[in-house]
Design a protein around this ligand. Structure first.
Ligand code: GDP
Ligand code: MG
Length: 168
């Protein structure tokens, strides 16, 4: 049995919740002041998809995204991508397309999902439901609304990407 391992890169502006999402999914924890452990490139979680064991390696950044300084090593060999923006950060929504281009420039066409995180803060939303839906449609991306804080819809994102990879 050959093990299936998928490298997943998680991209988006700083503070949208990427590190929190990876921590939540791989360790089951949420904190308000998560700081990346120095020296760890990725966290992993094993799941089952259609009776196949799949190892997901979720790559985190150490905050380089804020300086547009993500290295090629981060993207190298990625087979799937999560594009994240925040409900309460309009700039992060506007940056989604440029993140998608960056990933495609380094990785070619890989499976992607669009994620609107922090939906628990919907009362303070700076992005409307309609414009988020429109973006997903225009970019032809599967779209998820998540709250990492409340553990809402997070695992669906990774299950979707794993299934896409297996079914390709
Ligand atoms: P990153 O820079 O994209 O890695 O973002 P972080 O994971 O460091 O998260 C930035 C801040 O947003 C932290 O204070 C998190 O606790 C917070 N955060 C992450 N996800 C959520 C969420 O779903 N809801 C709320 N309210 N806060 C969140
Ligand atoms: Mg981070």
């Amino acid at each position: 049995d050959v093990e299936i391992a998928i490298k997943v890169v998680v991209v988006g502006n700083g503070a949208v919740g990427k590190s929190s999402m990876i921590q939540r999914y791989c360790k089951g924890i949420f904190t308000n002041d998560y700081k990346k452990t120095i020296g760890v490139d990725f966290l992993e979680r094993q799941i089952e998809v259609d009776c196949e064991d799949v190892r997901l390696m979720l790559w985190d950044t150490a905050g380089q995204e804020e300086f547009d300084a993500i290295t090629k090593a981060y993207y190298r060999g990625a087979q799937a991508c999560v594009l994240v923006f925040s409900t309460v950060d309009r700039d992060s929504f506007k940056a989604v397309e440029s993140w998608k281009s960056k990933v495609e420039n380094e990785c070619g066409t890989i499976h992607m999902a669009l994620v609107q995180n922090k939906i628990d803060l919907v009362d303070e939303a700076l992005v409307t439901r309609e414009e988020a839906d429109d973006l997903a449609k225009r970019l032809r991306l599967r779209f998820y609304r998540t709250s990492v804080k409340e553990d809402c819809n997070v695992s669906d994102v990774f299950q979707y990407l794993a299934r896409k990879y297996i079914d390709q």
